[in-house]
Write a protein that binds this ligand. Structure first.
Ligand code: GAR
Length: 222
């Protein structure tokens, strides 16, 4: 991975919808001296709102619809052609709702990261906040992790915890988690772009990580 002193890390962002995490990545990459830049955005849906965020920021944005290909291999090859044309070094999945093949995960091993709205390995998959509320956990959050073939699985880079409140609905909880996502994803991208993330035996080790060393209780205890 690039270090802070070299050229910015070239990032490709894959989306399927709203693109608020993409927006957070665009904002942080626009900051002077940030060690990564977004080289292209790809959506598998033509009506994804996130495409507008990319276009407004003058980032090349493409629609590669899975429906236009006979199989997943063709769909992924079309996406990879765009990524390669833009010399992408790291792929960020930001609300990209298609499961990538094992082949893709292997070809891009340690070069694809994802954000998921739970504290993995709890609550992988879809309908996360509904499941969190149904289970009754008191803390949830978000996870940024390297992508492996298995869904929502792979070495964890950054996690953020938020409380689950008694009167939460899926909407209020999703909004609280999303605020944390918008900090966690840029933070993880920065760590990688600064060359500070090492993967050893499927765990990440972060050079000079500042750790908040206190327990976070929910509910608060005296
Ligand atoms: C985010 O909450 C993200 O964590 C989730 O989709 C949402 C996309 O929002 N991703 C997944 O559930 C992937 N397993 P956004 O389009 O506004 O960034």
């Amino acid at each position: 991975m690039a270090s802070a002193s070299s050229a910015p890390l070239k990032v490709g962002v894959l989306i399927s919808g709203r693109g608020s995490n993409l927006q957070a990545l665009i904002a942080v990459c626009a900051a002077t001296g940030f060690p990564a830049q977004i080289a292209c955005v790809i959506s598998n849906k033509a009506d994804a709102k996130g495409l507008d965020h990319a276009r407004k920021a003058n980032i090349p944005a493409f629609v590669v619809s899975h429906k236009d290909y006979a199989d997943k291999a063709g769909f992924e090859a079309a996406m990879e052609a765009v990524l390669e044309r833009h010399q992408v070094q790291l792929v960020c999945l930001a609300g990209f709702m298609r499961l990538l093949s094992a082949g893709f995960a292997e070809r891009w091993r340690d070069r694809v990261i994802n954000i998921h709205p739970s504290l993995l390995p709890a609550f992988p998959g879809l309908d996360v906040h509904e499941k969190v509320l149904a289970y009754g956990v008191k803390l949830t959050g978000c996870t940024v992790h390297f992508v492996r073939a298995e869904m929502d699985h792979g070495p964890i880079i950054v996690q953020a915890a938020v409380p689950v409140l008694a009167d939460d609905t899926e909407e209020t909880l999703a909004a609280r988690v999303l605020q944390a996502e918008h900090k966690a994803y840029p933070a993880a991208l920065r760590l990688i772009a600064e060359g500070r993330v090492n993967i050893i035996d499927e765990r990440t080790f972060i050079a000079d990580a500042a750790i908040a060393g206190e327990a976070f209780f929910s509910p608060k205890v005296r």
